[in-house]
Unconditional design. Structure first.
Length: 141
């Protein structure tokens, strides 16, 4: 399973969690059910990276949302397009976890924004993620 595909799936699931106020377990199970019925006759293996992104993003959502609002000039979180908001959440979680270099996370997020949202979203996502990356990498006093 490619990490790019896992990130794409995670954004889709986070979107469902946000829109329908679902617990992550239920949204993940529903997602696997659609894969089973639409793509394959056999149940799919678990996508561990996707699940880590979904659970981690959901668990740290309050802190991540504060960071988004700090670094998104003149944008309220609830006024952002749902896809953009959840893409930012996932990418910020991944940057903060430190398991993948921030440059790679940002590149992946920009590709997903281009695919899932549009050119305006790419600029916005890039600006917010770059500001979060800089703030996160600054030494703490």
């Amino acid at each position: 399973m490619s990490r790019h595909r896992s990130r794409y799936r995670a954004v889709q699931i986070l979107y469902q969690i946000d829109m329908r106020n679902l617990p992550p377990e239920e949204a993940i199970r529903a997602y696997y059910d659609t894969l089973y019925s639409e793509e394959h006759e056999q149940p799919q293996r678990a996508d561990e990276f996707m699940e880590e992104l979904v659970y981690g993003t959901h668990r740290h959502r309050a802190d991540i949302d504060v960071r988004i609002e700090q670094h998104s000039a003149n944008w309220k979180l609830d006024r952002m397009p749902v896809v953009d908001r959840n893409l930012l959440r996932m990418a910020i979680y991944e940057i903060l976890s430190g398991n993948t270099p921030a440059a790679i996370v940002i590149d992946e997020a920009l590709e997903l924004a281009r695919r899932m949202s549009g050119d305006e979203a790419v600029k916005f996502v890039n600006g917010v993620l770059d500001a979060v990356r800089k703030a996160h990498s600054e030494p703490r006093a």
